[in-house]
Design a protein around this ligand. Structure first.
Ligand SMILES: C[S@@+](CC[C@H](N)C(=O)[O-])C[C@H]1O[C@@H](n2cnc3c(N)ncnc32)[C@H](O)[C@@H]1O
Length: 358
């Protein structure tokens, strides 16, 4: 059964039920998914996008939320960033996953529902799914980038015929419904790689993490990847690559506003700017206006002074102890920690005990 649902509680949620597909041959799976893309309209139109952009460009200083980087083009550009030599984050986390994936899979256990926040292309997840394939696992990739999620889910279905893949396209910062699995009492574990948590300021991060015990129940857990503090040069180089892909990724936000909201940003009049703010242990990413200029978006107009920034992203860098303390405020208990030899990145497993939302 294939079901495309758009619950009222959130902007656009794609729940794809793969119960029967699970038993179909690969050819049938592809046929069913092709039908889904023809029948179900999977759009990236988000009614809050316009309101958030209007609010952000009217604020002082101007800002845009980083979740809006990820339309289809943004997701592809992020994948390109992940392949860059300078972007140690992807390489290092993958190295940890290759080395310790089997141990992590054992902590997730059999019969689990693995729920990934911000799944993107699910590249690291494959190292877990390789281990979990015969364990009656359900994989729920959750991402705001609908089309990219759909394509990734299609690939995963083909590669893991024994795993129930049930994508949910939504904003994970708001409550969302998990796909129903009938009365099956599975264990739930949230996987949150890529140091995406680093995009959130302290209070926002605690609020987001606090929802995990509720989502997972007392027997559940959180497996999370975090970027660690290190020398400034390594960090800044990762966000200022020589090929300018990160700049393109940042500027795509303005291009997206032009495409979807009728903006008239001239992309040659803004530059990407990323620096490490040592006092706050975070990379601060901006788009800076090259000159005095006015930009229109429908009937609204915004004035920019030369040198004026639009803040687009933070990427916080942690210590393991600092992150453990922050997670404790969210009711999470550190159980295991895996790092690479240089101590660049860490993957942590937290028990969700305490609050029980079930
Ligand atoms: C930094 S990328 C990480 C991708 C992948 N997990 C990895 O580790 O390579 C962040 C991912 O989270 C998604 N994302 C960002 N903010 C989101 C939000 N508020 N709700 C749902 N997905 C979000 C993006 O579309 C993107 O795929």
């Amino acid at each position: 059964m294939l079901r495309l649902a758009v619950p009222k509680s959130y902007n656009l949620v794609l729940l794809v039920e793969y119960d029967l597909l699970f038993f179909l041959s690969k050819v049938q799976v592809i046929r069913q998914l092709t039908k889904l893309s023809r029948r179900g309209r999977v759009e990236s139109v988000d009614s809050t996008f316009r309101a958030d952009v209007l609010g952000g460009l009217s604020a002082k200083p101007k800002r845009l939320a980083c979740k809006y980087f990820y339309d289809e083009r943004g997701s592809r550009l992020f994948d390109a960033i992940c392949g860059l030599d300078e972007y140690y984050l992807m390489r290092t986390e993958l190295e940890i996953m290759h080395r310790f994936g089997p141990e992590m899979a054992r902590m997730i256990g059999t019969g689990a529902m693995l729920i990934e926040f911000g799944s993107g292309s699910s590249v690291k997840t494959r190292l877990l799914l390789d281990q979990l394939e015969n364990d009656n696992t359900t994989y729920v990739p959750v991402d705001i980038s609908c089309r990219h999620l759909q394509i990734t889910a299609r690939h995963l279905l083909q590669r893991y015929p024994h795993i129930a893949v049930r994508p949910v396209a939504t904003d994970f910062t708001a409550d969302f419904e998990l796909p129903s699995l009938g009365s099956k009492a599975e264990r739930r574990v949230v996987y949150f790689p890529g140091s995406t948590i680093g995009n959130f300021e302290y209070a926002e991060a605690v609020a987001l993490l606090s929802r995990i015990p509720k989502l997972c129940g007392a027997r559940g857990g959180l497996l999370i990847g975090i970027d660690l503090q290190k020398d400034v040069c390594t960090i800044e180089t990762a966000y200022n690559d020589a090929q300018g892909i990160t700049a393109k990724f940042n500027l795509n936000l303005l291009a997206r506003i032009n495409r979807e909201l009728g903006g008239n940003f001239n992309l040659t009049r803004f530059v990407h700017f990323a620096f490490y703010d040592t006092a706050n242990a975070r990379v601060d990413i901006r788009l800076v206006s090259c000159r005095d200029q006015n930009v229109e978006m429908g009937s609204d107009e915004f004035e920019f002074r030369a040198g004026e920034p639009i803040h687009t992203e933070f990427s916080h860098k942690y210590t393991i102890e600092g992150f453990e303390q922050m997670a404790a405020h969210a009711g999470l208990r550190l159980e295991r920690c895996w790092t690479d030899d240089r101590g660049y990145f860490a993957v942590l497993y937290f028990g969700a005990g305490g609050t029980n939302g079930e």
